[in-house]
Design a protein around this ligand. Structure first.
Ligand SMILES: *Cc1c(COP(=O)(O)O)cnc(C)c1O
Length: 438
């Protein structure tokens, strides 16, 4: 077995718990021999993975560096300060809170810092590419606040079809007078104009929250424009394009908002911070500060364009006509009316290509079926794939989907053939696994 989880670490687990070691080792094997196209996933480096497994997990460190509720935090102060300083250097901002356990937790604290319960905020709805935590009715954001939404351009003849309609954002802002305007998405393939959002927010006295969970790696590398200095508060996950451990991060340039953010992370929404994860965040931010990271992010975008362009030439429509970032939404209905995201996801998984079904803007099908697939390139770029591999992957996707439409027998034959080629390609580009305890 080879994977980012070094053999030696699995050996340590196996000695005490073979049952768990077996499951983890099978997962390592799955990651090693499948093509990961889920836009929100990545392969963290061995250093990040191992840092998350250190003795830093053993400490209660409620509070912040220099102001803790427990003794013995001297090294935890050092690591949290280092993680903060690296985050600030990476994104060019004044304040960073590295404690949020996840992106949704970061948003909960940011909402509490920026609004009172019951206040109105303006965001993109989930089905158009927003996130659960941007006002979905079952989420805290939809339960404790009043979400209103701005539309995309839904007019097929418009040059910016399926892109953000900034005139409509402005109109909605003037109509609803929100306390906060939220930009940043989970399934939006185009560049975000943060300056425009700030201009509109200033007209109605609203604050801007930029949730850059998906694009934070691109932003850190300068491959997507920064939300600073336009957004009042910026939230992100650390495990998507940023390639760190699973976690969240909140940043701002505003001293008062920073105080409110800190108070609303702890004690507002969380207890003790996950200090082993903060340790791994420090490692990941250190990696992202190196020149190589920019080269990586540029290739992520180049690969996304290559994948989109090959799929287009194979007869699939890419929503909004293409991509500026690391992801795309594929409208499957242009290939066949019969094709759903649900079937495509399952058929591709059988062939070793991991994707997720996703609604396209204005999708007539329900979220558990969908007419689209969301594809992203951060993970495949990490393992060294370039344009040539993207082109092969697009062809495999097409073969599997066309065979699926032709029935079970044909699908079985093609799936086996593609699966063998997927494994061969993965073997030629193994995941990084330097020895960590040599
Ligand atoms: C992924 C994502 C989140 C939530 O992250 P979790 O770590 O899963 O809680 C929040 N906002 C956006 C835009 C996202 O894409």
């Amino acid at each position: 077995m080879s994977s980012t989880i070094d053999q030696q670490i699995l050996d340590v687990i196996r000695k005490s718990d073979p049952e768990v070691a077996d499951i983890v080792s099978r997962e390592a094997e799955r990651q090693e021999h499948t093509i990961e196209l889920i836009a929100s996933e990545n392969h963290a480096s061995p250093a990040v993975t191992v840092a998350a497994g250190t003795c830093m997990t053993n400490k209660y460190a409620e509070g912040y560096p220099g102001r803790r509720y427990y003794g013995g935090c001297v090294h935890h102060d050092s690591i949290e300060q280092l993680a903060r300083d690296r985050a600030k250097a990476l994104f060019g901002c004044t304040y960073a809170n590295v404690q949020p356990h996840s992106g949704a937790q970061a948003n909960a604290a940011a909402f509490m810092a920026m609004m009172e319960p019951g206040d109105t905020f303006l965001s993109l709805i989930l089905k158009d590419g927003g996130h659960l935590s941007h006002g979905m009715h079952l989420n805290f954001s939809g339960i404790f606040y009043n979400p209103v939404h701005y539309p995309l351009h839904y007019d097929k003849d418009h040059a910016q079809y399926e892109q953000i309609d900034y005139d409509a954002v402005r109109a909605a802002a003037h109509e609803h007078k929100p306390k906060m305007i939220l930009c940043g998405y989970s399934a939006y393939p185009r560049e975000i104009d943060f300056a425009k959002f700030r201009e509109i927010a200033d007209e109605v006295g609203a604050l801007v929250l930029a949730d850059i969970s998906h694009i934070s790696g691109l932003v850190a590398a300068g491959v997507h424009p920064s939300p600073f200095p336009h957004a009042h508060v910026v939230t992100t996950t650390t495990h998507k394009s940023l390639r760190g451990p699973r976690g969240g991060l909140i940043m701002t340039n505003d001293e008062e908002l920073n105080k409110l953010v800190n108070r609303n992370v702890f004690p507002g929404t969380q207890g003790g911070p996950l200090m082993h994860i903060i340790t791994a965040k420090a490692v990941a931010f250190g990696e992202a500060l190196k020149p190589d990271f920019r080269v990586y992010q540029e290739q992520v975008v180049t690969n996304a364009r290559a994948l989109a362009s090959e799929l287009t030439s194979l007869g699939y429509r890419i929503t909004s006509g293409g991509t500026d970032n690391h992801l795309m939404l594929v409208d499957l209905t242009t290939k066949s009316d019969e094709l759903t995201g649900k079937d495509a996801e399952r058929w591709l998984e059988d062939a070793g290509i991991i994707t997720n079904k996703n609604g396209i803007p204005d999708d007539p099908r329900p979220p558990m079926t969908t007419s689209g697939l969301r594809l992203g390139t951060p993970a495949t770029t990490t393992r060294g794939f370039r344009e040539a591999e993207m082109s092969r992957i697009a062809q495999w996707i097409d073969r599997v989907l066309v065979a699926g439409l032709d029935g079970d027998e044909e699908r079985e034959r093609v799936t086996k053939d593609v699966r063998d080629q997927v494994v061969a390609l993965c073997k030629a580009h193994p995941l990084a696994h330097e020895p960590v305890m040599a």
